[in-house]
Write a protein that binds this ligand. Structure first.
Ligand SMILES: Cc1cc2nc3c(=O)[nH]c(=O)nc-3n(C[C@H](O)[C@H](O)[C@H](O)COP(=O)(O)OP(=O)(O)OC[C@H]3O[C@@H](n4cnc5c(N)ncnc54)[C@H](O)[C@@H]3O)c2cc1C
Length: 376
């Protein structure tokens, strides 16, 4: 039996300020009542979203949680603009377009999404249900759990300077929670992608000073944003350096700035920048994280499942998409969709073992039409 893994840490974490959450607006320090659900899906990537659909067709409701602030998993975070060519019946489909189509498809089932919340605690109960909790304190009481957690939860790449940890969340930020708190401040922004450029353009007119630091002359961000940033530099409204963070400048326990190592051949190579706040946008990297500690059988960082039910080593806990492994597994969206369909039937049997199961076609089933909200 899986124990109360992670709950001790969470009691502590529940008192921190909430970042992005559709459930909690200010602070999660007050214990909330657990949300009772037939199924909890962890991960709102393409496979988690399609799991909502397959469960919905069978009349089973779900809540879905993701550590990211928006649904879509790898498609949205890693390659939103790229075309996908191997989705059945869609000769070509943009990755973000696929996510939007899935969101449209699951609309009739009204699954509540809990975004910006990493699931960190999981416990199988004696009565066969599951207690699950997110880092912001949202609690679930679920009849079954589907792990659709892909390659893990995406974490920001950290600045990696000595002493930085002490300032993370106060003077060093990896995402902007409250942009108004940055107005009138001396800011240094690190990064060259869309997040770095979007926040640079947003904050440059409102900050006391803003300096953008990127390791190369070329930027990954949208060319129009880069052009606007260069215009601001030409107009003397902000500065831009080619460099890397070298060390923090700290006095009396407060962050006063950052030394950067210039990479454009300028001498001296280290340059000090005054700053009250550092905004670091070095991208995200996936981490299997807490799921690896929940006592579920793993094989090379993936959850072992059977190919009939896509159930893990714990009855009632299923895994679909990139997170699972079985003989012949291929990490493709198409495979995850198939897994979600079979897992839905297995979940129905797990929740309602007395219920007779039979296959219905969406083309002809009146009950499925009713669930889909389409007229007969
Ligand atoms: C560049 C690139 C191109 C690709 N092209 C194709 C292609 O052409 N065709 C194809 O079939 N596949 C392609 N893939 C692979 C495809 O994107 C994946 O197979 C697919 O995204 C897997 O979906 P998923 O829902 O299983 O997981 P993911 O998309 O990884 O989503 C998992 C979600 O779970 C969340 N999560 C994880 N842990 C937690 C936690 N503890 N708490 C809360 N949330 C959590 C994550 O934040 C994430 O949003 C490509 C991948 C890449 C990187």
């Amino acid at each position: 039996m899986v124990g109360l893994v992670g709950f001790r840490g969470l009691i502590h974490a529940a008192s921190v300020e909430v970042t992005v959450s559709s459930d909690v607006s200010a602070s999660a320090s007050v214990a909330q009542a657990a949300i009772r659900t037939e199924v909890l899906i962890i991960g709102a990537g393409p496979c988690g979203l399609f799991q909502v659909f397959e469960l919905g067709l069978l009349g089973i409701g779900a809540h879905i949680v993701d550590s990211l602030a928006r649904p879509g998993g790898q498609c949205t975070e890693l390659y939103p603009e790229k075309p996908i060519y191997d989705i059945p019946a869609l000769p070509v489909c943009g990755a973000q377009e696929l996510v939007e189509r899935l969101l449209e498809q699951i609309k009739p089932f009204k699954a509540q999404m809990h975004l910006g919340q990493e699931v960190t605690a999981f416990a199988a109960r004696e009565d066969g249900r599951f207690d699950v909790q997110t880092v912001t304190g949202t609690r679930f009481d679920a009849g079954a759990v589907v792990l659709a957690a892909g390659v893990g939860s995406f974490q920001p790449r950290r600045i990696g300077l000595e002493g930085a940890e002490a300032f993370e969340g106060s003077a060093i930020h990896y995402r902007v929670k409250d942009s108004a708190s940055l107005h009138g401040q001396q800011l240094v922004v690190f990064g060259g992608g869309d997040s770095a450029l979007d926040w640079t353009l947003e904050l440059a007119p409102k900050a006391r000073s803003l300096t953008l630091v990127h390791r190369r002359h070329e930027f990954r961000a949208a060319p129009a944003s880069v052009a606007r940033m260069r215009d601001l530099v030409s107009a003397g409204r902000m500065r831009c350096f080619e460099g890397l963070p070298e060390s923090l400048i700290v006095a009396d326990g407060e962050l006063r700035g950052v030394n950067i190592k210039l990479l454009d051949g300028t001498s001296p190579a280290v340059h000090a920048l005054e700053a009250q706040k550092l905004l670091v946008f070095f991208g995200l990297h996936p981490k299997l994280g807490p799921i690896a500690e929940w006592g579920l059988e793993l094989e090379r960082k993936a959850l072992k499942v059977d190919t009939e039910k896509f159930q893990t080593s714990v009855p009632g806990v299923f895994a679909v998409g990139d997170i699972n492994t079985y003989p012949g597994k291929k990490k493709l969206i198409l495979s995850g969709f198939h897994e979600a369909a079979l897992a839905a039937f297995a979940i129905q049997h797990h929740l309602y073992p007395q219920k007779k199961q039979f296959l219905q076609y969406t083309t002809t089933s009146p009950i499925m039409h009713q669930r889909l909200g389409v007229p007969d």
